[in-house]
Design a protein around this ligand. Structure first.
Ligand code: IPE
Ligand code: IPE
Ligand code: MG
Length: 244
């Protein structure tokens, strides 16, 4: 068994902040605060392992439905984390990208996002993607809009639309697809994360709540991944002959 195979791209649903806080009789938002430490630790682990891309689901398009106080706290947390962390990431040659519909965020936050992306754009190390006001269905819809406009303008014809063309218009089209998907907190669902891009990702679920996620938990996920056989619809035998 090949135990050295590492994912190129890891996509993570950082879940369980609220429950982590509840277990400690703290307000939910304290769980989000504690979750930032786990983000830092995860980025450090990815850089250390020379993973190429890590995508972190920070806020879904459905999370606006949460109580106003929690949403506001999360927005404040994004602003302060970006302010604090962008320079540090830059010093480590890390590139920061944000995916999702950012027009719904405050102007201040949008500016901060653009500034952090600009600062780190030319970095050649780990790519950290933050999915914020992101939804997999939104992603597919915006790709369809782009293609529809191209048809309208006569750049392409409708018959040219196929899966690979749609993929080129999705968020992160220039990066490898996620090899490993991790969701913490024991929930076993995709919750409208990168539904298209996860088509052939290896799924890993852990009971660990996000604020408790650390180097050891990261290692466990990588170990599990290294034992998987990615068949992409082929048979096990075919893979063995191809690799021989
Ligand atoms: C994930 O933790 C963080 C965000 C969705 C922003 P939750 O806040 O969903 O935590 P639980 O699932 O309620 O425990
Ligand atoms: C998914 O978690 C979104 C993020 C982690 C940002 P949720 O906690 O919002 O998902 P559901 O509601 O349990 O499916
Ligand atoms: Mg949750």
């Amino acid at each position: 068994m090949n135990t050295t195979s590492l994912p190129r791209h890891i996509a993570i649903i950082m879940d369980g902040n609220g429950r982590w806080a509840k277990l400690r009789n703290l307000p939910r938002v304290m769980g989000h605060r504690a979750g930032v430490k786990a983000v830092r630790e995860t980025i450090r682990c990815c850089a250390e392992k020379k993973i190429e891309v890590v995508t972190l689901f920070a806020f879904s398009s459905e999370n606006w439905q949460r109580p106003q106080t929690e949403v506001s706290y999360l927005m404040e947390l994004f602003v302060s984390a970006l302010q604090r962390e962008a320079k540090k990431l830059h010093q480590q040659n890390i590139q920061l990208r944000i995916i999702g519909d950012r027009l719904r965020f405050s102007e201040k936050l949008q500016k901060q996002m653009a500034k952090a992306e600009e600062l780190t754009a030319k970095n050649t190390g780990l790519i950290v993607v933050i999915a914020a006001n992101y939804g997999g269905q939104w992603d597919i819809a915006q790709a369809c809009q782009t293609l529809a406009k191209e048809v309208e303008q006569g750049v392409i014809t409708s018959d040219e639309i196929n899966a690979s063309l749609i993929q080129t218009k999705l968020a992160l089209a220039d990066l490898p697809l996620p090899d490993l998907f991790i969701r913490t907190s024991g929930e076993m669902r995709i919750s409208n994360f990168m539904i298209w891009q996860l088509a052939y990702s290896e799924l890993y679920f852990t009971e660990c709540l996000w604020p408790d996620f650390n180097a050891l938990e990261f290692e466990k996920a990588l170990n599990s991944y290294s034992l998987r056989e990615r068949r992409y619809g082929c048979t096990s035998e075919q893979l063995r002959t191809d690799n021989a």
